[in-house]
Design a protein around this ligand. Sequence first.
Ligand code: SAM
Length: 182
Amino acid sequence: MNKVYVLRLGHRVSRDKRITTHVCLVARAFGASGCFITGDFDPGVIRTIDNVCKRWGGREFECTYVESWRSFLKDLRKNEQNIIVHLTMYGLNLPQVIDDIRAAYAAGRNIIIVVGSEKVPREVYELSNFNVAIGNQPHSEVAALAVFLDWLFEGKELSLRFSDANLVVIPQARGKKVVRVS
Ligand code: SAM
């Protein structure tokens, strides 16, 4: 089955630990199958996500370090099965392009969503099939990714359940209820 992945560009151990972790958490919670991280190698982020997957489910969700974003994107681009969607405030606004991206996904193509950290190299814009803005104002890669996945999956991701979870939330109007299921 075709899948959705996230590529996080330019991770910096000193500055991005929290935000890269949040990119990966959003990817997992909102229906992506895995995350690729470029920039500094940071086993701490990968460990944190592995722990979340062990407790809350989604052990198949993988966070992988990629040394060269350039050759990684070039290889992805060579395969017509893949569609690269770069999220950038400079791109075409989401409502203009979402139908084409959904159609590609429905036709069985993988979607690789690219998010940046600091300045994104020009080549990323060129290697991407779509440069997509979540509104044309600057905000955050975490917000951009969440909104994009929500539009792609049309809200269905909010009902996502992980069959291999140890812990499951029982939704409450007030208070917290978590049960251990395995
Ligand atoms: N000035 C940077 C650049 O050259 O792209 C933006 C840095 S921003 C803090 C980090 C990332 O958040 C961007 O690379 C992009 O993936 C995402 N982002 C921020 N605002 C966005 C928007 N309005 N639409 C889509 N993505 C956005």
